[in-house]
Design a protein around this ligand. Structure first.
Ligand code: ZN
Ligand code: ZN
Length: 364
């Protein structure tokens, strides 16, 4: 039996339940959880903005220790401390073979089930329980494909490792892995949540000449200076595109929407200079569409692109981020502002919903 927070219905608190857990099958491992990040993507599911099969154990930003290995596991061993990837790539689909394992087709097809299409968790009445992103890190221990595990050394704390599993990779990776971004460019980042703060420090890492943070909360904007913002704009009191035009004399080279909304994406495109690139990083609620000025896109040769999980192989980005963290080039410790036991998961999400600064982490 394992303790896990289970979502049975949207907009209802998740009870902590004892679930039956199978042993790892071929190519799978059991990971004893060390830390799990309180990320907004899970919140979208809790609020019913993203539909997922239920019951489900949420949580996709985590780190832990390998506690059991299934038959044929060769990439990790018992006792390895690991960052978990929420896209455990298969290695043989079209996306994996063409160098984009972060959008692995097999992973997308099998979703909240393991690669063989079956489940590892059962409720006390025998119902199969889904694992968000094949992980479901809001549980004491989890069964996952070995490909989800990226071993890290002892010097990387568990809470830091867990954040590398999603927000740091999505934010820093989403900036530094853009093919045409260069030192000295101007950057705007919409949204100052976990991913936004990391996009800001990604821009700082690249020596962006100007890093403009845009949000609707003054206290969140104040927090962005710590991670490298040079200017801040409250989009409730100011028109961000107009203000960015003024600050930069014609717009930024790169803008990132880490919030993921129609309004922020439209503002992002309006704040670009000629030839500029807008990168949509945040996941919008399902079905949302944005109004894009088509003439502006053509006459000003703008680019609009999406970025998923750092736009590159997650394991490749994890390795770089661990190095940056060791050298003090990125700050992950200051991102973590609140720590909770698993029993307080619902409170942790209430705090996220209220827009509190920085990241909450569940510590096991
Ligand atoms: Zn996340
Ligand atoms: Zn694949």
């Amino acid at each position: 039996m394992v303790k896990a927070a289970v979502l049975y219905k949207p907009n209802e608190p998740m009870p902590i339940v004892d679930l039956a857990q199978d042993a790892p099958k071929a190519g799978e491992v059991r990971v004893k959880m060390g830390a799990a990040g309180v990320c907004a993507s899970d919140h979208h599911v809790m609020l019913g903005q993203t539909t997922f099969p239920m019951p489900i154990v949420l949580g996709h930003e985590g780190a832990g220790v390998i506690a059991e290995v299934g038959p044929g596991v060769t990439s990790v061993k018992l006792g390895d401390r690991c960052i978990l990837s929420f896209v455990p790539s298969c290695g043989y689909c079209h996306s994996c073979r063409t160098g984009s394992p972060q959008v692995c087709d097999t992973n997308r097809l099998t979703g909240t089930r393991q690669y063989d299409g079956t489940f590892r968790l059962k409720d006390n009445d025998g119902t199969d329980v889904h694992q968000f992103a094949k992980l479901g890190v809001f549980a004491e221990s989890i069964i996952v494909p070995q490909q989800a595990c990226f071993p890290v050394a002892e010097d990387i704390p568990m809470d830091v490792a867990s954040l590398i599993g999603c927000s740091v990779t999505t934010g820093v990776g989403g900036v530094i892995n853009q093919p045409n971004i260069r030192s000295g460019m101007t950057v705007a980042v919409f949204g100052s949540g976990g991913v936004g703060l990391n996009a800001i420090q990604g821009a700082k890492l690249l020596n962006a000449s100007r890093i403009i943070a845009v949000d609707i909360h003054d206290h969140k904007l104040e927090f962005t200076y710590k991670f490298g913002a040079t200017d801040v704009i409250n989009s409730r009191s100011d028109d961000p595109a107009k203000k960015i035009m003024e600050l930069t004399g014609g717009g930024v080279d790169f803008a990132f929407d880490t919030f993921g909304g129609a309004i922020t994406t439209e503002q992002m495109m309006d704040s670009l200079r000629k030839g500029g690139t807008g990168v949509l990083v945040g996941l919008a609620p399902e079905g949302m569409t944005a109004d894009i000025n088509m003439v502006d896109l053509v006459r000003n040769q703008k680019t609009l692109t999406g970025s998923y999980y750092g736009s590159a192989s997650p394991h490749e980005t994890f390795g770089k981020l661990v190095d940056f963290y060791r050298k003090g080039l990125i700050d992950i410790d200051s991102l973590i502002t609140r720590r909770y036991p698993l029993e307080e998961i619902n409170e942790a999400y209430d705090a996220l919903g209220r827009g509190e600064d920085g990241r909450g982490v569940i510590m096991f």
